[in-house]
Design a protein around this ligand. Structure first.
Ligand code: LLP
Length: 387
């Protein structure tokens, strides 16, 4: 065992693989529940897109959370894991008919609708089934978040949601339809957000929109503020459980609530990010001209975030106490972007050492691909690997 990792157990497993510390996950879920329960009608949905490993979903389901899905496949995964349909919300700019029907057949809590044509299709499909679909409109609040351009979603230029200017017209349209029931508004400004000021800005925008609706005597029962709370990738051990107290307090302080409105949150990364690591084995140490490479058996097919977003994941050598040296840590994929880190300081690396890429529980395993005909990585939990 080095720190939190059962290394002897790792030696029996085929690398690369994901390792999930389910004690940390449970601890994180307990903190979320405790902090959300301080406020009336705060309901948290786990954003399944962050990690849909069935073992992880089972732990999260046990906490009593709902699920936030963005595809029919995710709705199926959530239902299979035992999330109640009445706690499933479903967003996405391109919902196919079968996906909408799956949601209708299971009576999910809410469709987060992103366009007028989508609203019309939901109304028609619900009519054909003699059902009434609960819908919220995803409003693009035009609030920027200080995060990577690929993961900001709340700006007017993004493809997501309905613009604020169109909101009243779309609501009127829904109110005139007989097979949808307009219940609320949905927002999401981006991901990996660490500045509470960004969430406060979203609250202010929601307050403006709600005041506009109140002037028209429209009161919604459901406000969904999306997800986006970030994690500390630089120091995964320093604060393994994100500051949920500050997060919920921010919404409590800045969001004006009307009546018994429920406030829904869709958290992904902050729930599962820190509990997961990608464990990989060193294949070769290669001397370059001015540097040395640690060539590992994991690649961008197992964890694409560094290649796709220039994301940082802390790398540790789990099996060496040798003096620190500097390496470029690279994978075996035939792409020059298949690099996990440049000039990384690691305890001296030799063949067969095990490295951990930390903070990989969110958007890691789920974004793996079979490029280069590689097998998908397995995921193991600390529960399974316990003595
Ligand atoms: N709700 C909606 C509507 C979303 O689009 C997302 C994430 C979430 C909730 C959950 O956000 P979170 O709490 O995890 O920040 N693959 C990227 C992240 C993409 C996020 C997409 N939307 C990454 O690896 O950083």
């Amino acid at each position: 065992m080095k720190g939190i990792f059962p290394i002897e157990k790792f030696r029996n497993l085929q690398t690369p693989f994901y390792y999930y510390d389910t004690d940390l996950l449970r601890n994180t879920l307990n903190v979320i529940n405790r902090e959300a329960e301080r406020y009336e009608n705060f309901q948290v949905h786990y954003a399944v897109k962050a990690n849909a490993n069935a073992k992880i979903l089972a732990v999260i389901r046990d906490s009593g959370m709902g699920a936030d899905c963005v595809s029919g496949g995710e709705i199926r995964a959530a239902l299979q894991a035992g999330f109640p349909a009445g706690k499933i919300v479903y967003a996405g700019v391109g919902k196919a008919d079968w996906e909408i029907e799956l949601g209708l057949d299971n009576d999910i809590l809410c469709f987060n609708v992103e366009s007028v044509p989508e609203l019309e299709v939901i109304n028609a499909l619900a009519a054909a089934k003699g059902k009434v679909a609960r819908v919220a409109f995803r409003i693009n609040p035009n609030v920027g978040a200080h995060t990577h351009a690929h993961i900001t979603t709340g700006l007017a230029e993004n493809k997501f949601g309905i613009s604020m200017d169109d909101m009243d017209r779309v609501i009127d349209l829904a109110l005139g339809m007989s097979n949808v029931r307009f219940i609320g508004l949905h927002f999401h400004i981006g991901s990996q957000i660490l500045d509470m000021g960004d969430f406060a800005a979203l609250c202010n925008r929601i307050n403006e929109l709600q005041a506009r609706l109140a002037a028209r005597r429209i009161l919604v029962e459901h406000i969904n503020v999306g997800g986006g709370l970030g994690i500390d990738y630089q120091h995964p051990n320093r604060q393994p459980v994100p500051d949920f107290a500050a997060y919920f307090a921010c919404y409590h302080k800045h969001l004006r609530r009307y009546g018994q409105q429920t406030i829904h949150f869709e958290l992904g990364r902050s729930i599962v990010g820190q509990c997961g690591s990608l464990i990989t084995q060193v294949l070769y140490v290669k001397q370059g001209t001015h540097k040395q490479f640690a060539i590992v058996d994991a690649g961008m097919t197992d964890l694409i975030r560094p290649a796709l977003y220039q994301a940082y994941h802390k790398i540790e050598n789990l099996t060496s106490e040798r003096p620190v040296e500097t390496y470029d840590v690279v994978g075996p994929i035939c792409e020059s972007s298949d690099v996990f880190g440049k000039a990384v300081d690691l305890n001296g690396v030799t063949r067969h050492d095990l490295l951990a890429l930390r903070s990989a529980g969110a958007y890691g395993e789920i974004m793996a691909s079979g490029y280069n005909c590689r097998a998908l990585p397995q995921g193991y939990t600390s529960d399974e690997l316990r003595d």
